[in-house]
Design a binder for this molecule. Structure first.
Ligand code: NAP
Ligand code: MG
Length: 462
């Protein structure tokens, strides 16, 4: 795989300050496919300095012109869509069709959306005798995970650029190659020097240096709760805004009036896609007692079909973590109806698609984010119990409700403590605000709400 041996800073690929590198591994066969430089605090310093220097010019660029640059970036990504899909398949392990349809296509759509939004967004409003200016927050430190590696980059960089902010990106160590492709696309699109900068490296080194940097005005982070809490604390101490997207344990609530087979099949697909590495996955299926056994059977059949098609998880650590959760589920008394902790292949970081029945709400597999192809099916006696179970975790990122008619599902969704709910299998909308209630995070990404995160307000009185 093609890799740059430098950092993209100030509009050019520059040698890294240190000699350390990160080996990029293909999770399907565990082979090293490339090396990228492991950034240091000095690299982060240089990138932040470049972003600060570029800020006044970019912030003063008319929004329609910023939109045109983001449009060119969209086109540059689209021109690379095959290379993007192949790269994500190589470094994340996701099957190529999924990489094409999701990992490459979604970020192109999101970038296109922000190209339009930059030009149409109201960066000014009138409130009585005041004119309120919505101004860029400044230099953004973006720290992204590996599960949707390009989507998470674009979901931060495109709105930041639309807002007039400049960016330093520290992508996940497991998926740096698609981040380098993104930097190439930004360069080709004519994103001015210093407006976008890339520092590859390790979280506790380059990531932490970026999150703590005095020259960064806002940190936008997606990843684990542990690191998110630390970044939130650092930002709080420095009185800086922060955007955190920290995962979830979302509920798929199937009400008795729903089309059970459809709700179960879509629910299983939702959990298994991307090998379960989706923060908004509906990893808890809630079924009425009368329909429980039938739902378990349907889910087992649907999950078994995924066995041959599913990709690996991203690395050995995640594989061990997910297997540990499956073992814990068994130890706590949940019943494996398909899958289990045994690895299905000798090579690669594979996990068998796994369905647990007889899961009680307090079990670890019903409370903690597993981030693997593991579904827990829970039983409820009535709607109030279903709601208590759905809301009974520290998370609140997403969810689903299925019912015979939309109004019944919407009435239930209104009572859920969560940031996004799909009604009877509603389609993904890349413009809809995405983010969490409770410990799923702070702030929203995507669409106009995502753009708003990168703005601060100034009011002028006349
Ligand atoms: P993670 O360590 O939180 O990774 C997210 C990003 O933060 C990566 O770029 C990471 O760099 C960086 N990072 C790590 N430590 C840091 C620090 N001290 N300061 C600043 N940045 C730091 O997550 P993970 O270890 O890859 O995954 C662990 C679990 O997190 C998963 O099993 C899952 O439950 C959850 N997760 C959630 C999401 C989500 O979409 N919300 C995404 C991924 C993972 P490195 O790549 O070098 O670690
Ligand atoms: Mg990590």
């Amino acid at each position: 795989m093609k890799a740059h041996d430098g950092m993209y800073i100030g509009g050019a690929w520059r040698p890294a300050t240190g000699a350390d590198t990160i080996a990029v591994v293909n999770p399907v066969d565990e082979q090293v496919i490339a090396h990228v430089p492991a950034g240091t605090a000095e690299d982060v310093d240089a990138a932040v300095a470049a972003a600060r220097a570029a800020l006044p010019g970019w912030a003063a660029t008319p929004p329609a012109e910023r939109g045109a640059v983001i449009g060119a970036l969209r086109d540059a990504l689209a021109a690379r869509k095959d290379e993007i899909a192949e790269t994500v398949t190589a470094e994340l392990g996701s099957p190529l069709p999924f990489s094409q349809m999701v990992h490459a296509a979604v970020p192109i759509a999101v970038a296109g959306g922000y190209a339009e939004l930059a030009a149409s967004y109201a960066f000014q409003e009138k409130i009585g005798n005041s004119t309120v200016l919505l101004e860029p927050v400044g230099v953004v430190g973006a720290i992204t995970p590996w599960n949707y590696p390009l989507h998470q980059i674009v979901a931060k960089v495109a709105p930041a650029l639309a807002a007039g902010c400049t960016v330093v990106l520290k992508p996940a160590e497991d998926t740096p190659l698609v981040a380098q492709l993104f930097a190439e696309a930004a360069h080709e699109a004519g994103v001015p020097a210093g407006v976008f900068n890339l520092v590859t490296g390790l979280g506790p080194v380059a990531g932490q240096a970026l999150a703590e940097h005095e020259g960064v005005d806002l940190v936008s982070f997606t990843g684990s709760t542990a690191v998110g809490k630390q970044i939130g604390a650092t930002a709080g101490a420095a009185v800086k805004p922060v955007a955190l997207e920290l995962g979830g344990k979302s509920a798929n609530v199937i009400l008795p009036s729903a089309d059970l087979a459809k709700a179960v099949n879509v629910g299983v697909a939702n959990v298994m896609s991307n090998s379960g590495q989706t923060c908004s996955a509906w990893t808890r299926m809630l079924v009425h007692a009368d329909q429980y056994d039938e739902a378990v059977e349907l889910a087992a059949a649907a999950a078994a079909k995924y066995g041959e098609r599913i990709g690996p998880v991203v690395n050995a650590k995640q594989q061990a973590r997910v297997r540990g959760y499956i073992e814990k589920g068994v130890a706590e008394g949940a019943r494996v109806v398909v899958g289990g902790p045994e690895t299905p292949h000798d090579q690669g970081y594979f996990i068998a698609p796994t369905v647990f029945a007889d899961v009680r709400p307090e079990m670890t597999v019903a409370q903690e984010e597993i981030f693997g192809p593991v579904l827990s099916i829970l039983k409820y006696a009535d709607e109030d119990e279903a709601l208590a179970i759905a809301n009974g975790t520290v998370y609140g990122l997403a969810g689903a409700v299925w019912a015979g008619d939309e109004a019944e599902a919407v009435a239930f969704a209104r009572r859920m403590d969560t940031g996004q709910v799909d009604i009877n299998g509603g389609r993904f909308n890349p413009q809809a605000p995405f983010g969490g209630y409770k410990q799923s995070g702070v702030g929203r990404e995507l669409g106009p709400h995502g753009l708003g995160e990168y703005l601060q307000t100034k009011s002028l009185q006349f």
